[in-house]
Ligand binder design. Sequence first.
Ligand code: MOS
Length: 752
Amino acid sequence: MAQTINTRVTRTDARRKVTGAATYAADEIPAGMLHGALACSSIAVGTVTSINTSVAEAEPGVVAVYTHETLPDYKTVKGFYAGGPGSASFWPMEGTEIRYAGQPVAYVVAETAAAARRGADLVEVSYEEGESRIHMTPDDSFVVGAGEDSDGMILDQGDLQAGLDSAAQSVDMTFTTPFQHHNPMEMFAATAEWRGDRLTVWMPSQSVRTLRAGIAGAYGLPETSVRVISSFVGGAFGSKAGITPYTMLTIAAAKGVGAPVRLIVTRPQMYTVATFRPESEQKFRLGADAEGRLTAFEHIETAQTSQFDMVVNAGTHITRAMYACPNIRTEQRLSRSDTNTGGFMRAPNEMQTFWGLESAMDELAWKLEMDPVELRRVNDAREHPTEGVPFSSRSLMESYDAVAQSFGWADRGREVGSMTDGDWLVGYGCATATYPTNILASNARVRMQASGNAYIALAAHDVGTGTYTIMAQVAAARLGVPVEAVDVVMGEASFPVAPISGGSTTAASAGSAVHDGCMKIAQQVATRVSAMSEGPLSGVDPAQVTLDDGTLRGPNGQSQSLAEALSMLPEGEVEVIGEFRHPALTNELVAATFKGGYGTAGPVTPDFAMFAFGAEMAEVHIHRYTHEIRVPRLHGAFAAGTWLNRKTAHSQLLGGMVWGIGSALHEVTETDSARSRFLNANIAEYLIPVNADIREVRVEMLEEQDDYVNPLGVKGIGELGIVGTAAAIGNAVYHATGTRLTSLPIRMSDLV
Ligand code: MOS
């Protein structure tokens, strides 16, 4: 049997995707379906004083125009940061209150999508506008849960001031990151169909079970009465994780008109009706002795949040895990402004915080006249600096050494501005990447037949990352069948429990459940055939039978292929529920996942700290006269336990690095401060890197064994690639120009 893990396997759904056979949520058209459209608020704060729907209602094709006064049976759920499944705690169209620009104020249902949009444009809303502010103000920020500190929102270890006082060199720097918005290729969409009190919802989702539990709970229905289907997802990255207003509004509207309704959110509305990356400020004070050993580490993160939720993504919990230091102080702060609630966006704690941390480390290296790689080496922590447990595996310096080799770091000029290429100033920069290994419970139904075909079902998702393929690979490797012989179905809430596809958890958690299912099949089959009077495993102690690439092996060299053994069973197949329950998962956490929540253990357990690591190096060219910035080379080396699929893993790391170039040089949601609106709310004006911006991006994947994280030894990689990129580029800009930039994105106008 060919090796199926740690190899390059082309996506099993590739043909279906490129031929259009793969059905995304909005491709499902139930009979009699009508079309929804949102009318959204033009003010950020205030009240709706009146809504005139008569013009919209007179528009040909318009079936109904709902407002807060007329929408029947509209239900809401608790927001995520209040412990619920919703994207925010404040729900539009419950009353007249407006709390963010672009808040839905009316829902139009029509016979065509065009008529619905026209109808939405014709809804006339009058407001009384109040004062608003879109940007956070770190000066009136606050600590979450101050005084109790139960979640480590303030951590004070050792004596920071003494560490700063004794330092040979220190830095005190403040960095900022902007609002960024999700632009997945697949728009946000929801289709709802009621049949009596049974409801079906098609929606691109990172957590179909969160959706089902939340919707069923809101309507007081048993979960078995609600179907949630999300077979394919065209990009998510955190934007399709929670239950958003557009979903609940569509469900209510479908009930109101007595027909299925589909809403596809417009691109501009995608900037207001869902989550985004909040702006942030990152303050660092670092001190080091003459050899570069850290004597003081302080990180204060202030993140923007809405007026009605506290978005706590706790980036300080990750930065303080990076480097050994006796005196560590971290503080997690929030500052409110008048937006919808932000949330998760690829590496939601790490992108912002590592821009600050790794830029500050670079500055410290310059002050110490030290190679920045060596500064990381002397501070490489063998145990978690504040939790006192060892890392289950940590290949940070192996990553630096590998990337330094491939990049040619040794050729870096020692002085600022020492490297040029014609009219271009050349700089090299490096930065650390990390991502926590979050552990969630998962189940998976696994069936194998004597024919050699296998079948897997679980409520996991393929958000574009290759989950269909890697689940098939895990089963193929264990059961000894070709990948093509494994049929995988996912993305439906009624399938066995799988966790939210967020926090880079799916491969590790769901993959381990598939692995367990294969092992259970082997045990059941061994038990059955060992009890038979004939056959190669007859009379063998089944507890001593192992499964090795599809072959059952007894203790004394007896062996039989799993498929052959299955053919001896009258039913010719075995089906089991595989389970992943990491020892660090408490019953409470498992129960949370089963209820559709986010029951994560880790990244720190009583025994180990679990993180994936990497290192990135960037070469930038800056034109001497125009200050145009180019990134001709970006190399990364990463270690994240077992690579299941070297092709899809490579793509995720590469994609993360490309997005990182976007964060470094392009991406920002511009704001209209006077009206508290997001301005460039369209993919045409929201700058992202295009082909011309991306030159050589090289990904090196290191081997790493970690027996603690899960039986497959897999750590998550969906977010790791983006983490170090912005700082690596910023540090290269400093090397080239001597200008230390502290706010993202870096623009040519910053380099005067
Ligand atoms: Mo990811 S930002 O955890 O979907």
